[in-house]
Design a binder for this molecule. Structure first.
Ligand code: 5GP
Ligand code: ZN
Length: 113
């Protein structure tokens, strides 16, 4: 989609700090890190939210999540990891290309309460 920020990151029109990439998905650091290593994972196929995600895209996407989680653990050594996905404005979604937040947790005082 031409007016989608995350499609522009996939196309290379907007730079991003890449964490992981394969033919189906891309992981990159969130521009506004809630904790160190806060990563977004997006499917390369544009889908607005979970309701629009087709099963094949979802299967290919979710297959990569454990490997990305392990890469974050190896890079940042957190003691926990939150996976979070907002769907719809009322749920806090601000970019309407499906994405998961992977938020490393470091214990009390890591900014996530
Ligand atoms: P949402 O609120 O839709 O669940 O999350 C969207 C996330 O995208 C936010 O955490 C925001 O900081 C991040 N974001 C928005 N624009 C950009 C960008 O251009 N580059 C990167 N790396 N992250 C972005
Ligand atoms: Zn998009």
């Amino acid at each position: 989609m031409s007016d989608c920020i995350f499609c522009s990151i996939i196309n290379g029109d907007i730079p991003a700090a890449k964490v992981f990439e394969n033919e189906h998905c891309l992981a990159f650091l969130d521009i506004s890190q809630v904790t160190k290593g806060h990563t977004l994972v997006i499917p390369k196929v544009h889908s607005e939210n979970v309701y629009k995600l087709d099963e094949e895209t979802a299967a290919n996407y979710f297959k990569a999540i454990p490997e990305i989680a392990r890469a974050i653990k190896a890079a940042y050594n957190p003691i926990g990891l939150n996976l979070l996905n907002n769907n719809g404005e009322a749920a806090g979604q601000s970019v309407f290309h499906y994405h998961m937040h992977l938020i490393p947790r470091y214990g009390q005082g890591d900014g996530m309460g």
